[in-house]
Design a protein around this ligand. Structure first.
Ligand SMILES: Cc1cc2nc3c(=O)[nH]c(=O)nc-3n(C[C@H](O)[C@H](O)[C@H](O)COP(=O)(O)OP(=O)(O)OC[C@H]3O[C@@H](n4cnc5c(N)ncnc54)[C@H](O)[C@@H]3O)c2cc1C
Length: 474
């Protein structure tokens, strides 16, 4: 039987449930559909599109090595798949599910339309290790607190690595001519990491061999590569969450001492945060652009466009914030600590709506993921599940001093601070005029003075949040 396997955010051959099922049934027609609605949604930028293209090319290469190739089409998915089914005489369409509200609506529509036309449609779970509906309380309600979610998640039986179907050496596609678009839309505006599932596994293995032992202590440091950098690979599924989990589990079992075990457990904890945010978005789809905590629905954010632009462009005068924003713009990726600091600065110091920051991140991150991004932003703004409480406002200077003590991270992205003395690199406005001259960095000329005094901003944020809570209770 000929089967269409519709690839979406699962761009790999290994451990791919829909593909494995298709292969078992016979000849597979692998397809990726460029959905113009998604591309034009304003939530995707050129960096992530370029990353997607790089991963599509890698998938196409892997398929070609096995006698197949990736068919790329553009259009409304249901129509496009129906058209392809007619051309290839495929009787079935298989695909792995996603959790975002848009994907779920689209998938329901696609399945209905195709079934109406007489095609059989089968869907598979893939994007999370446990389905959101499986990690619920005794009474079937979703968890809103991470520790409770984690406890329940850990108790569920896990899939075993040995049970995954091997990818066949050959995946022959016997139809000689099927129209396919060239995989060259979207030019890379940045240097991208190596794409595809081989690169993803190499990245994971490198992390497991060298870095995970020190992850507990190193994961927050901005001045080193102390994290795995697998988020871009998870985003389009060059790596599966199960592959990451099996790596974490092996590292826990093989740990030689307590710190190594703690490092591996702490990394697994982060993978579970991803599952938690996916489950939240699944159960509370409105949280893609509404706070989970209703009392913040009418929070009065400030409409300060000038401050937003300064934040976006890395011109706030706080080095750790500015370095992070320039790093994001130049690479499409940002360390978790830096994400937390810039999100806190935007929402608490500047009192700008978290949705503006969330959208900006979605437009620039190569790993931009609606669940983790909305979850992370709501956490930082204090309006989400298990969120950073509103009275905890990160001090950007202290964050910089603690997590980038020598200023290596900020100097990398802010060359104008290259010669600022270490002790003042996170508060360069404190340099004397002579120090500014010696460092070649005159505040207000070469680097901005802080756009807001943090202590004033903190008090203002606390007052603002208190008023908002009182209003919500009234
Ligand atoms: C404001 C904000 C926005 C964020 N936006 C995104 C986003 O769009 N896409 C995204 O993948 N992550 C997002 N995160 C989570 C986190 O910052 C990244 O997953 C992490 O920095 C990726 O780097 P890594 O792969 O080296 O992570 P590691 O530290 O090696 O962690 C391994 C994996 O665990 C998961 N993970 C780690 N931390 C978190 C977290 N706090 N929440 C959810 N999952 C986590 C990721 O899948 C990550 O790849 C956001 C966090 C914040 C605070």
């Amino acid at each position: 039987m000929r089967t269409i396997v519709w690839f979406r955010r699962d761009l790999r051959l290994a451990d791919n449930p829909a593909l494995a099922a298709g292969v078992e049934r016979g000849e597979v027609v692998p397809v990726f559909v460029i959905d113009p609605k998604l591309i034009q949604s304003g939530r995707v930028g050129e960096k992530r599109i370029a990353w997607l293209v790089a991963n599509l090319k890698a998938l196409d290469e892997s398929l070609r090595e096995r006698g197949s190739r990736l068919i790329v089409r553009r259009g409304e998915p249901a129509q496009t798949l129906w058209q392809l089914a007619q051309e290839t005489q495929a009787a079935q369409v298989l695909f792995n599910l996603d959790v975002t509200p848009y994907a779920r609506r689209r998938d329901r529509r696609v399945a209905l339309e195709l079934e109406k036309q007489g095609l059989s449609v089968e869907v598979f779970d893939d994007v999370t290790l446990h389905q959101p509906e499986d990690v619920v309380t005794m009474t079937g309600r979703p968890y809103q607190v991470f520790t409770a979610f984690k406890r329940a998640w850990l108790m569920l039986p896990k899939p075993a690595a040995e049970e995954t179907a091997a990818i066949p050496d050959r995946l022959p596609l016997s139809i000689p001519t099927i129209d396919s678009l060239p995989i060259d839309f979207g030019a890379a505006a940045i240097d991208l990491p190596p794409a595809g599932e081989r690169a993803a596994i190499d990245r994971l293995n490198d992390f497991l061999e060298k870095t995970i032992v020190g992850y507990g202590a190193g994961r927050n440091m901005l001045d080193r590569a102390g994290t795995s950098f697998i988020s871009p690979y998870l985003r389009f599924g060059a790596l599966s969450i199960r592959q990451a989990y099996w790596g974490a589990q092996a590292a826990i079992e093989l740990a030689k001492d307590k710190p190594a075990k703690a490092g591996a457990e702490s990394w697994l904890n982060e993978l579970i945060w991803r599952e938690f945010y996916m489950a939240l978005l699944y159960h509370f789809p409105h949280t893609i652009d509404q706070p989970l905590r209703e009392q913040y629905t009418d929070f009065r954010w400030l409409a300060d466009e000038e401050a937003f632009i300064a934040w976006r462009e890395g011109r706030t005068g706080y080095p750790v914030v500015d370095a992070a924003m320039r790093c994001l713009s130049a690479t499409g990726w940002l360390h978790n600590r830096a994400r937390m600091v810039v999100a806190s600065f935007l929402t608490k110091d500047l009192l700008i709506d978290w949705r503006k920051g969330e959208r900006y991140f979605m437009q620039h991150l190569i790993d931009g993921d609606s669940a983790s991004n909305a979850g992370g932003w709501q956490w930082a703004a204090g309006v989400g599940a298990d969120a950073q409480p509103f009275f905890r406002v990160f001090n950007p200077t202290l964050q910089g001093q603690r997590f980038d003590p020598q200023g290596d991270f900020v100097r990398r992205w802010l060359p104008e601070l290259a010669r600022v003395p270490d002790r003042l690199v996170h508060e360069p406005w404190k340099m004397s005029p002579a120090e500014q001259r010696d460092a070649g960095c005159v505040i207000g000329r070469d680097y901005p003075a802080p756009i807001i005094d943090h202590h004033y901003a903190r008090d203002r944020a606390l007052q603002h949040y208190r008023h908002s809570r009182t209003r919500a209770l009234a």
